[in-house]
Write a protein that binds this ligand. Structure first.
Ligand code: SF4
Length: 265
């Protein structure tokens, strides 16, 4: 039997994904749409505030999936500290939960999911990667759509529309200049600039992350770290000392060459 389509916005707490969700709901109607969010339990509270205000504006509920572990717990389970090259937290807490959810939609509700991502033209390669990923998962392929690339001729200024037309304040992480707004500034995919930004904005959160790294190293007696320098480990403690010694400014101006995870969509 042919499954009924359901339009699923991959709702991440960012402005683009919020705008894409709006466009999707306008086009297909609330009754055929879902806002889907996977919770890592590390998100900044203002991201949750933003997501709920947008959902209210759209007249929708958010469909949550929560693994129940934090990224830190995933690192312990795998005995592997996430870093800018490999982050099991993303796979376990986001990707896996999404795949389980898509299977549920098909098997338990007889629905055929179509996924919507807030990816713009300047990130075309990420759209290609996602398309390719969902072409093989779960068992049957899932259709992916990128309205900011395929539907709109002109660049959409989602941030302006959300603030000025919808009257919703953007997540504070934007204002503070974080390149990775997910996981409350603690993303292990963030690089040197990102962690300098974290130290400047929320030094206590940086210290917590530093502490997490130190405990992990001690617990497993392994010389591992979130950041890497010259191909080897470089701890957040070492980096903080360097920041304190040399001043933050020079580290804030060098862009990170890190690969954003699916969490940043
Ligand atoms: S945003 Fe970063 S820390 Fe959070 S789950 Fe994704 S990769 Fe892990």
């Amino acid at each position: 039997m042919k499954r009924k389509p359901v339009h699923v916005a991959m709702y991440s707490g960012g402005a683009s994904s919020a705008y894409v969700a709006y466009h999707m709901v306008q086009t297909y109607g609330r009754e055929n749409s879902l806002l889907f969010f996977t919770n890592t339990l590390w998100e900044h509270e203002d991201n949750y505030r933003f997501m709920h205000e947008v959902a209210d504006y759209l007249g929708m509920e958010i469909t949550y999936r929560t693994d129940g572990r934090t990224p830190e717990q995933v690192f312990y389970d795998y005995k592997f500290m996430g870093n800018s090259r490999l982050a099991k937290c993303s796979e376990e807490l986001k990707v896996r939960q999404t795949i389980i959810f898509l299977e549920e939609l098909r098997d338990e509700h007889g629905l055929e999911p179509i996924l919507y991502f807030g990816i713009g033209r300047h990130e075309q390669h990420r759209a290609e990667n996602l398309k390719e990923f969902y072409a093989h998962r779960p068992l049957e392929s899932v259709e992916t759509r990128f309205p900011l690339i395929s539907t709109f001729r002109e660049e959409i200024d989602a941030k302006r529309i959300i603030e000025e037309d919808w009257g919703i304040k953007l997540p504070i992480m934007y204002e503070l200049g974080f390149s990775h707004a997910n996981c409350g500034g603690r993303c292990v995919r963030g690089g040197f600039q990102h962690y300098a930004q974290l130290y400047r904005t929320w030094p206590e959160t940086y210290r917590e992350q530093e502490e997490m790294e130190e405990q992990f190293r001690e617990h497993f007696d392994k010389n591992v770290s979130i950041l890497k320098r010259n191909g080897g480990p470089f701890t957040l403690r070492e980096y903080r000392k360097e920041l304190e010694q040399n001043g933050l400014q020079r580290y804030l101006s060098v862009e990170d060459d890190t690969v954003p995870c699916v969490c940043t969509l």
